[in-house]
Design a binder for this molecule. Sequence first.
Ligand SMILES: [Zn+2]
Length: 338
Amino acid sequence: MGAARLLEHEVFRKASRREPCPVCGHPDWCGFNSYLCSCMRVGEGAIKHITLSNGQVAHLHRLQPGRVIPGQDREDLFPREAPLAPADARDRVYRHFLRLLDLHPRHKEELIRRGLSEGEIKRNGYKSIPEQVNPWIICKKLTRSGLDLAGIPGFYRAESKYGGSYWTFNSSPGYFIPLRDTKGRIQALQRRMDDKRNGKYMLFSGHSDRGGCSCGTPAHVARPGEVKDGRVWITEGQLKADIAAAYLSAVVIGAQGATSWKPVVPEVLELGAREIVIAYDRDQETNKEVARGKRMLAAELKKLGITVREAIWRARSKEEKGIDDALVAGLEIRVVGS
Ligand SMILES: [Zn+2]
C-alpha cells in the first residue's frame, strides 16, 4: 500500500478497477501519476527500485506520453491524437534528417558568441532549418531511405493539390538544437527562431490535427566531451544546458522551462544521480514561477533520496542571470545547501 504514498508532489493515484496500474494492469497495490508509475509487481524495465519501510520493493517506471505498454490498452488513460514513435525510431529519423542539413554561418557565429567552441558545435549537432530546399523534398528523401515519419514530432501531412497528402514540416528560419535522452538518443528538436516575435525558442512539434504529434516538454541531457564532475546539474533551457555542460565538464539536464520540471525527474533517476545541483536563473527573487518550479523539483528529488544542492553566483547584470552566461563570464559559482 505504501507505493501510492511514495511521491506525493504530483499525487500518486492508487491503481483501481477504473484505472489499473499502467505497467502490470492490476487494479490494486500499485500507484501512478501522469509521468511515473510505482509498480509493486513488475521490476523489468524499471528505472529505480525502492525498498519501502515494510520491506516491499516498489519499481519506478517512467510513463512517456504515447508510450504503449505491452498487453495494456492505455488509450483511455492518457488519450492523445497520434502516438509518439519509440525513442530509437525518433533518434534514427532525426539523425538522418540533421545529416541532410547545414549550419548557416550566421547561426554558427551566434553559437560561438554564446560561448561554444567549433568542436562542441559540431559534436552537439546544431543545424539550420533549410531555407533553400523545400521541406517536402527533404521528407521525401527520408521516406525513400525507408524511414517512417509517423509519430516523429515536427513532421505532419499537407494536402496535395492533386488529391492525397505528403509529409512536410514548418521551415520558419532558425536552427535546430537536438534534445537527447540519457542514452544520447535524439528524442526531440528545439528550434531557436530567427524571428523572435513568437518566442525565441519553439519546439519542433505539433500539428496533431494533420497527422503530426507533440513531443511534450522533454528535458535534454547535455553531456560534455569529458565528465569531471560526478554531480548532475539541472538548468532551464536546453541550449543553456549544452553550454553549461561544456564549461562544467558535468552532465547538465536542461528543462524546457522552470515550470516544466516533471520530465527532469525520470532523467535524474535514469542517470543514477545521487547528488544534483539546481542552477536556475538568478531572477528567482522576482520571478515567482521560477522559484516555485525550483522548490517543487527539489522537494520531489529529495523524496527520492537524492541530495539536492543549488548553484548561486553574483550576477552583475541581467546578462549574467543564466548559469551559461555566468560561466562564460568567468563568475565564481558557489554550490550551497544540502
Ligand atoms: Zn503494477
